[in-house]
Unconditional design. Structure first.
Length: 324
């Protein structure tokens, strides 16, 4: 088997194992036994689906249930960066991050006609569901909602929950990114984004036009994070949204494109907050040796066992090092 094919196959097996053991269930209430997890810090903890024993240890420095995060600058966010390159985020920021993590987790809920579910919906009483979507070809799913009290519109993308989503996720090939000639992105991510693009774009633009002065927040977990990034760029390119009225939070997001694409994203000065944990396998994929590179905006959990935002299972360190 050729080295590249073997590497791709090996990564797909690791990702498949992670999805089988750690994918969040739909409409799961906090404390649901199916996840076999314990809350990190009482009722305020972010539900993660982590296996028992992988939550934050009691002595880990944390704020609002999350391990203390560190922020990389564009200059230092390369593969050789270290913890000492960062600066700690404030408690207020971590609390904000926790809120958007919950909004991202709600993309796994099966919404019908109202913003109600058995998960975190009751924490957002002012939100009105505008549209839930789930495409037939790539099962790109999520929701669009509005909160008039805070003048916000939310677009949330679901992560890799179904088999079809996993197939898209593990399709480690490049496609040209049409909006920026000379750049390339992950083929599966691009197809998933494009499958839902028209319904998402038209609905959000209508909402923004009908509600002047509102701010758009995009959120996504895992594969949903990649879709949120591509849709953020689409809004910037075609609707004229910018850092004054749009912000994107992703959790456990994979690398979306090559170095040229990463440079293009960085040049736009948009608001990206990309929360990861170094031992969550998804942000390490697709791997650097295949040319995939992260864009700016990284905030990461200091403690390797503190992955309380994305739903992942810590893989053996030796396997990760051998792949990356």
């Amino acid at each position: 088997m050729a080295p590249l094919k073997f590497l791709t196959f090996f990564i797909a097996v690791l990702a498949a194992a992670q999805l089988i053991t750690a994918a969040p269930s739909r409409n799961a209430p906090k404390g649901h036994k199916k996840h076999n997890h314990k809350p990190v810090s009482g009722a305020d903890a972010v539900q993660t689906g982590e296996p028992t024993g992988i939550q934050l240890p009691k002595n880990t420095p944390q704020a609002n249930g999350l391990a203390t995060n560190w922020t990389y600058s564009p200059r230092t966010s390369g593969p050789k960066s270290f913890i000492s390159d960062g600066s700690p985020d404030s408690t207020a920021f971590v609390s904000t991050l926790q809120t958007y993590a919950r909004l991202a987790s709600l993309a796994y809920c099966d919404f019908k006609s109202a913003f109600t579910c058995r998960s975190y919906c009751d924490m957002f009483p002012g939100i009105t569901l505008i549209k839930a979507f789930n495409t037939p070809n790539t099962t790109t799913a999520g929701y669009i909602a509005r909160d008039d009290s805070s003048k916000t519109i939310y677009l949330a993308y679901r992560g890799s929950q179904s088999l079809m989503s996993f197939i898209q996720d593990s399709q480690i090939t490049y496609s040209n990114y049409p909006a920026a000639p000379g750049t390339r992105v992950h083929t599966g991510f691009l197809q998933s984004f494009q499958d839902a693009r028209d319904i998402v774009y038209n609905t959000v633009v209508d909402e923004m036009n009908n509600h002047p002065g509102y701010t758009l927040y995009l959120v996504g977990h895992s594969l949903g994070g990649a879709e949120a990034v591509l849709q953020t760029l689409d809004f910037a390119q075609n609707a004229g949204y910018n850092s004054s009225n749009m912000m994107t939070y992703t959790f456990g997001q994979p690398r979306v494109g090559d170095a040229a694409f990463s440079s293009y994203v960085n040049s736009l000065s948009l608001n990206f907050i990309r929360s990861i944990n170094q031992n969550d396998i998804v942000p390490h994929l697709p791997p650097l040796p295949l040319g995939f590179v992260h864009h700016v905006g990284e905030h990461w959990t200091e403690n390797p066992k503190g992955d309380v935002v994305s739903n992942s299972q810590i893989p053996p360190a030796k396997l990760i090092k051998s792949v990356l």
